[in-house]
Structures are given as structure tokens and as C-alpha cells.
Design a protein around this ligand. Structure first.
Ligand code: ATP
Ligand code: MG
Length: 433
């Protein structure tokens, strides 16, 4: 322990302990950045999820670094670096195979809190103790010095790691008001780590969930990706609903889930299970698919209503797609590229019925065929009456060209009761199914 650390330790009454952290799990690039900062006379630690996950024998997603060097110092020290961010100015230092985020110790800046207590700017530099206390949960505020193999614990985070307890630093009410996204982070982390959320924080979440409506929709979009594309999507969704937070991100979805506990409930669960499985096996995932799933219930409900009002199925469908997307935007933003592919996934659901002649081939060639086909088969598994279609398209993909030609000539493509009823462009009936 050097003098500076000793001082810090005494001043903070924190704990400085040796740890047998597995070096092999830490990315070399991050270790190099820390060595260079140390060599130049700065302090530098791995912080946040990286330390927490190492202590829990999990593979950390990333290794964030906290330092007393300013962003400009860091930028100057590393040729391959870039200052980013407005609310938080941090430096990305690039190395072979990735980059690490380097942030200067910051203090919680009460001067930048709005009338509701929400943080609107957060760039006041501080010391390491202030940096620990501005963090969200005790288990996220541990500082690991990779060169000395020591952990500095200023908030009793180590004992919470042992107890598997997610504890807010400070008063949960105040900290959630400062930044309501912390409530989503609490649920996400507790689910991922299998931790219990402390009682007072749980109570605060039930009371303050509605504050999520004040969070910019673009930030909630980013958070949604972390919630559902982190490999624990289904469990996280269930926890969000238990804490009554889901409604603040997807109110239209929540409404349908509450009213119609049927195929739509199944669809959402199956899709999240499927997404978790894809992530585990290293396959790609897209927010467009998630949106297509979450908003399918509301979109179909509206469409059916419009049809009952006498609007033709195709017009009802197009209007419902537009209206549903527009209604979701105030809550979580949907970048254009995702709303386009989500529309494609939806629109193709109806084109799957049209299998005669070259139509089947054209559909098969469509950029979004795969995602739309997966969606169709999920609907079948969820209990929607589309299993015959799903089977047909499954076979179509597997067989040789001669068999495909035979399939596209088969009379049932035209006469199938389900097919003719379900094709909105051809049908004059009021509902699809
Ligand atoms: P993950 O495993 O998902 O990356 P994480 O805890 O590392 O979890 P990050 O978003 O990478 O999450 O944040 C890094 C660290 O920054 C956190 O561990 C926490 O210390 C701090 N932090 C992040 N978001 C907030 C917030 N909204 N309020 C306070 N501190 C935060
Ligand atoms: Mg992280």
C-alpha cells in the first residue's frame, strides 16, 4: 500500500484488500491502459461492472477505468483515443480488438439537478471517494488496482457481493429521483446476478416507477437493448412486470397483456426465450424483432377494431402499423432502420399466405424473409392459427427446386380456408383469423 492509498484508506474509512482476481479474465488492452496511466503518475482503477463480475466469477462485458487524469490528459497520453459524450465526457482508448472507457473521477453535482431532483449535467470532477458515492449500487462502486491486485471498497460493496444484495448508495428515493433509469438498472442487475434488491429500494421502485416517463425516449431505447439483449431477456421482462416498470416503457403492450392473457402473452415469452438462446449461441439479434413482438398485440388489436368499424383489412392494417409505431415513440424511440424492418416483418406475415408460382420465390428472396419467417413460426408456437403456414415454409426452404415448383403449384395454396381468409389484400372479411 503506498502513502497515497494509505491516506485514502484512512480518510474514507474504506477497506483496501488483496484479492485473487483471475488476471486471465481481464482484457489486456485495459491492463495496458492502467499501466500507462500509473507510469505517468496518475491513479487508475478498473471500476463498475468489470470488478463486480470478476468477483462473482462472471465474464465481464467491459472494463471501465476510473482515473484522476482529466479527459484531456488521457487524450494526450494515448494516440489512439477519442473524447466522447456530452453529459459525461469520457475517453475511448482503442487497442487491438477493442477499446476501453476511461472516465475521470466525478462528484455528484447537486447544482445540476432540476426541480424534480433529476440530474441534468454531471461533469464536475471529484476525488475517488466522491466518484464512489455518485455511483448507483454498492457492488458497482468497487475500485480494482490491477497492478497491486487490491480492491478499494468505500461503500461496503464487498459485503453486499457476499450477501448477494443490491443496495443503493444513499437514499433510494433520492437516488431514483436523480436518475429514474437506476430503477431499470436495479431490476436488470438483480436479475442478471441473481441478487436480492434491498427492501427500501424495492418499495421506492413501486412508488417512483412513473418517473420513467420523464426520461428521454432515446435513453430508454438504449436501456431497452441492455434489458432485453443481455442474455436474460425473459427473466428481466418478468421482473420488470413484477415491479410494474414494464408499463412505463411499453404501455400499449402492457395494456394488451393485461386484457388478453393468451397467445400474445405466449408470443412475448417465446420471443424473449428465443432471443436469450440466440445470444447464448452467438447468433445476431435485432431490436426490430423485439419491437415487432412487443407491438404485435397492440397493432393487431387496433387493426381488428378498425375492421369491425367497417374498414377494409388492408387499410386497417396499414393504419394500425403507423398508429402503433407513432404511439410508442414518446416512450422508447425507434430508430428509422428498425421501424422499417419491423414493418417488413409485420407486412410479410400476410404475404406468407400467397405461395402460388413466383410469389413464393419473391418472398423467399426478400431481405427480411428470415426474420419474418422466425416471427411466423413463433406465432404458431404461441398458439396462433398459422402452424400450417410455418410448416409449409419450413419445408420449402429445405427441398430441391423441383419439389419447390410442385409445392407452389399445389391447389391448397389457393383453396386453403386459412389462406384465403387470412390474406388481407384478397379478403373482404372483417378479421384475419
Ligand atoms: P453491465 O454489466 O451491464 O455493463 P455495469 O454496472 O458495468 O453493468 P455500465 O452501464 O457499464 O453498467 O456502467 C458502469 C458503471 O457506471 C456502473 O457499474 C456504475 O458504477 C456506474 N453507473 C452507470 N450508470 C449509472 C447511473 N445511472 N447512476 C449512477 N451510476 C451509474
Ligand atoms: Mg459495464
Amino acid at each position: 500500500m503506498n502513502d497515497l492509498d494509505q491516506d485514502q484508506y484512512k480518510k474514507s474509512k474504506g477497506k483496501l484488500t488483496e484479492h485473487s482476481i483471475d488476471y486471465g479474465l481481464i482484457c489486456e488492452g485495459a491492463l495496458d491502459v492502467i499501466s500507462q496511466l500509473h507510469a505517468t503518475g496518475f491513479k487508475a482503477y478498473i471500476v463498475g461492472g468489470g470488478v463486480r463480475d470478476l468477483l462473482l466469477d462472471l465474464h465481464p462485458k467491459d472494463f471501465d477505468i476510473a482515473t484522476d487524469a482529466t479527459p484531456e490528459d488521457v487524450r494526450q497520453l494515448f494516440d489512439n483515443s477519442r473524447i466522447i459524450g456530452r453529459r459525461f465526457r469520457i475517453v475511448h482508448v482503442y487497442f487491438e480488438g477493442g477499446f476501453t472507457e476511461v472516465a475521470t473521477f466525478r462528484a455528484a453535482n447537486t447544482a445540476s439537478v432540476n426541480t424534480q431532483g433529476r440530474i441534468i449535467a454531471d461533469n464536475t470532477f471529484g476525488n475517488i471517494e466522491e466518484d464512489a458515492f455518485r455511483r448507483d449500487f454498492t457492488v458497482n462502486a468497487l475500485f480494482y488496482d490491477s497492478e497491486k491486485n487490491q480492491i478499494l471498497d468505500l461503500v461496503d460493496g464487498l459485503q453486499d457481493i457476499d450477501a448477494k444484495l443490491l443496495r443503493v448508495i444513499g437514499d433510494p428515493d433520492l437516488r431514483f429521483r436523480e436518475d429514474p433509469v437506476r430503477m431499470l438498472r436495479a431490476v436488470r442487475l438483480a436479475t442478471k446476478l441473481n441478487f436480492e434488491i434491498e427492501k427500501s429500494a424495492k418499495d421506492a421502485i413501486f412508488r417512483l416507477g412513473c418517473l420513467l416517463s420523464e426520461v428521454p425516449s432515446a435513453r430508454l431505447f438504449d436501456e431497452m437493448i441492455k434489458l432485453f439483449h443481455g442474455g436474460f431477456g425473459l427473466k428481466t421482462y418478468q421482473a420488470l412486470r413484477e415491479f410494474d416498470l414494464f408499463r412505463h416503457m411499453f404501455p400499449l403492450t402492457e395494456q394488451v397483456l393485461e386484457q388478453e392473457a393468451n397467445t400474445f402473452t405466449n408470443l412475448v415469452k417465446l420471443a424473449l426465450e428465443n432471443t436469450d438462446e440466440r445470444i447464448r449461441s452467438g447468433k445476431s439479434v435485432t431490436p426490430a424483432f423485439l419491437y415487432a413482438v412487443f407491438l404485435w398485440g397492440p397493432m393487431r388489436k387496433l387493426s381488428k377494431q378498425l375492421e369491425l368499424d367497417g374498414i377494409t383489412p388492408q387499410v386497417a392494417h396499414d393504419a394500425s402499423v403507423k398508429d402503433t409505431i407513432l404511439s410508442q415513440l414518446p416512450f422508447t424511440s425507434i430508430p428509422k432502420r428498425f421501424s422499417y424492418s419491423m414493418r417488413d416483418i409485420w407486412n410479410l406475415q400476410y404475404r406468407f399466405y400467397r405461395r402460388r408460382g413466383k410469389r413464393a420465390y419473391q418472398l423467399f428472396e426478400h431481405d427480411r424473409f428470415r426474420a419474418a419467417y422466425d416471427f411466423l413460426c413463433l406465432r404458431a408456437s404461441a398458439g396462433e392459427p398459422v402452424d400450417e403456414l410455418c410448416e409449409w415454409w419450413t419445408v420449402f426452404q429445405d427441398v430441391d427446386d423441383a419439389t419447390r415448383r410442385k409445392m407452389t403449384r399445389a391447389p391448397q395454396n389457393r383453396s386453403s380456408k386459412q389462406g384465403s381468409r387470412a390474406n388481407p389484400r384478397l379478403s373482404k372479411k372483417k378479421t384475419y383469423h
